[in-house]
Ligand binder design. Structure first.
Ligand SMILES: [Zn+2]
Length: 301
């Protein structure tokens, strides 16, 4: 098996946009970092600079988006689209400065992050990182929703969605997930939402930045956008979210993922399950940090 080197970006990069839920303008700056820094956010609030590393221990919410926090009131939400791009490009070490509590939604996909990082350049570091390869199946279940990872030498996915919508009933998509396929077939898929849910979300202070510029908006029997990027764009976006959420583990990972009606809560539950059970000398440090799975009541929230 080829050795995997840690990677950072070659030059700093600035991305500006709005937060999907907050609707506020956000500036995100990515900076190169030395090996073993990991992926670390610095949240600027007034004169304060708050450090929030991207790790499973820092995930504090999985409703509507994946949110990390520092244990107090400081949070950064919607990290998954950025992380899907960062993970696809193998970036293991990077400082991420942000001036608002939500990563900019950009065009609703991971494409602007992927293109931005590629244009700034990627630097391979001398240090290596051990990927996660599981030796036996692992799964998490919540009613009729489930997420399974089977041992495999490559990363692939079979994803089923089944929404109460004529365009999203019983869709299934199976694909290998190497860097090229992720970049071309998965990362450009945009987030999606139902028009009938928008009012309720906005009443709760969510989706305030949502528009046809950054989401596929589904009506009762179709969609409002002029066109889709793929016929099955929504299931592809669910795969994007899954990759971004599992990237919180901070390591490359291989396996065959089988998902049915999954979402951020199950994604993060599976990541916790994997990290609590992986074995191997290099991963020994994780054994002391075993985290219990979410309880059923927590997942149902
Ligand atoms: Zn998403």
């Amino acid at each position: 098996m080829n050795t995997i080197h840690r990677k950072t970006i070659k030059e700093s990069l600035t991305l500006k946009g709005i937060g999907l839920h907050s609707g506020k303008t956000v500036t995100l700056r990515l900076h190169p970092a030395p090996a073993n820094t990991g992926l670390v956010f610095f949240l600027y609030r007034g004169i304060n600079k708050i450090r929030i590393p991207i790790s499973l221990d820092h995930v504090v919410d999985t409703s509507n988006a994946t949110t990390i926090g520092d244990g107090s009131s400081n949070r950064i939400q919607t990290i998954e689209h950025l992380l899907a791009a960062v993970h696809t490009l193998g970036i293991t070490d990077c400082i991420l400065e942000i001036d608002a509590v939500e990563v900019p939604i950009m065009d609703g996909s991971s494409l602007p992050f992927w293109e931005g990082i590629r244009s700034s350049g990627i630097k391979e570091l001398e240090e290596t990182i051990e990927p996660i390869r599981i030796s036996h199946p692992m799964w998490v279940v919540d009613g009729d929703k489930y997420l399974v990872m089977l041992p495999s030498d490559e990363l692939k996915v079979t994803y089923n969605i089944d929404f109460n919508h004529p365009l999203l009933r019983g869709h299934s998509y199976t694909t290998k997930l190497d860097e090229t396929i992720l970049g071309e077939d998965i990362l450009p898929a945009r987030t999606f939402g139902f028009l009938k849910d928008v009012e309720a979300l906005q009443a709760r202070g969510l989706a305030l930045g949502g528009s046809l510029d950054n989401a596929v908006v589904l009506t009762d029997d179709g969609y409002l956008n002029e066109s889709l990027r793929y016929e099955n764009e929504c299931v592809r976006h669910k795969i994007l979210d899954l990759v971004g959420d599992l990237a919180v583990m901070g390591r490359p990972f291989y396996g065959h993922l089988i998902a049915s009606k999954a979402g951020h809560a199950l994604d993060i539950s599976l990541a916790k399950c994997i990290m609590s059970k992986v074995t191997g000398d290099e991963l020994t440090s994780f054994k002391s940090k075993r985290v219990p799975l979410f309880t059923k009541s927590e997942m149902a929230q």
